[in-house]
Ligand binder design. Sequence first.
Ligand SMILES: Nc1ncnc2c1ncn2[C@@H]1O[C@H](COP(=O)(O)OP(=O)(O)O)[C@@H](O)[C@H]1O
Ligand SMILES: [Mg+2]
Length: 482
Amino acid sequence: MSKNTRVPGYMQSKAARNTRGIIGDREIRFKCSLQNTILDVLRGRPGWQEVPGPNIQQQNSQQNNKPAAGSQTSTQPQDGKGTKTGYQPVPPIQRNSDGDWDFYWCDREWLHQNYDTMFLHEHQKILHFRNHYELTRKNLMVKNLKRLKKQTEREQGKSEGLSFDFHPTTYELPSEYHIFVEEFKRNPGITWIMKPAAKSQGKGIFLFRRLKDITDWKKGEYQPLTDTTREVPETYVVQRYIENPYLIGGRKFDIRIYVLVVSYNPLKVWLYRDGFARFSNTRFSLDSIEDAYVHLTNVSVQKNAPDYDPEKGCKWSTMRLRQYLTAKHGSEAVKKVFKGIDNIITKGLQSVQKIIINDKHCFEMYGYDILLDSDLKPWLIEINASPSLTASGKEDYELKFGLLNDLLNVLDLENRLTGKEKRIGGWDLLWDDGPVLADDGNMECTTNGTSVTTANSFLGCHNDRKRQLREIYTSAQAIKKT
Ligand SMILES: Nc1ncnc2c1ncn2[C@@H]1O[C@H](COP(=O)(O)OP(=O)(O)O)[C@@H](O)[C@H]1O
Ligand SMILES: [Mg+2]
């Protein structure tokens, strides 16, 4: 790890080194299933020691049999830039040895196989909640959102339900095929998108306008339920395609947002102020609905485009995007956009709050995919439980390195903070059993003269994380001394 990627103020001072962590005066032992930025972060963290994880073969077979949506658990650096580690395969270890680590960045497959038989010690922290797929499978996410919307309408009235109108109309196939057909007939000529519920990276996705296209698909993909040699048909979602995406330079993009949940009960949520917009490489047009390079903004799709330039990449930082939108539309309009995104983040999590098996040992870092339309309305496309941590270039590596280091700062296994912080590096506390308000000027005057509270949300704002970390570590140290 290079010098300048170290987090200043982190375990550097003598006093800090002498800090007694919750684990005691010994090194924190970590395991990690991935070999990208997260491994670099963990290996570079002072006082942390690696214990062997599952071997490469195990990981590869897990990759090919992904159980849930949204994952990009890469075991190989995709571009040679993303990782600096020359990680060697290690022999398989006994899977249920649960006492030999303090922190485990595991893959979802491992968790599914082991969680139910595993005893977790007081100090242990592990990535993923047991049934994270309630939010990260495309069909279940929509089902849970629809349910909370109905409940809200029942309890608080129809108008409150409107705050849930941020995901495009969606049906699960094959189970809701007939309802979908009715909807399809009510809206002739519009475009729909078909997506496998549990795949990621744009795999298996296609757009269509004629029912015939889907009947062909139906025949090909999940024909004979009576055919016992075939497995149950793969679940898809069919979703209204957003035909008017906001375009920059004629290109479509979506926004990747990082959200950290450290507890579901009470719900405690952090929002990372950095992220990025992922652009498609080809100008947007509705004439070529079969062209994935036009319509799917996944980096894994775009990097295969014939004219893709790896130097230029296809990303803008969220800060650059926010600045661009502010210059074009003014800060009030942009504030509204980002407020809408905060609403999407919290509603999404609330929709599964009672369903997720809460466990104080678990945490989750979600990658939200948000698309803006030409009216600047944000739409929720999906939520990933394993957002890609493989860097696509230097800037991307720095973003992910800071993101992950600050995630460890939030979890604070070393017990160096007070637990009362509302900002830790690039993470801002968005929800703590209720909305968290910004410290500075809790009330803000709107253009029509009414006062509104401002949330502790700074997505796309300046991320001076290193300076901020220095400050909070110094102040926490002073508080702890007294
Ligand atoms: N309803 C939609 N309208 C417009 N574009 C969409 C829609 N759904 C998906 N997309 C595009 O397709 C991409 C992949 O879809 P997504 O649901 O995120 O699946 P995956 O899990 O394969 O990433 C998105 O990043 C977005 O660019
Ligand atoms: Mg996606």
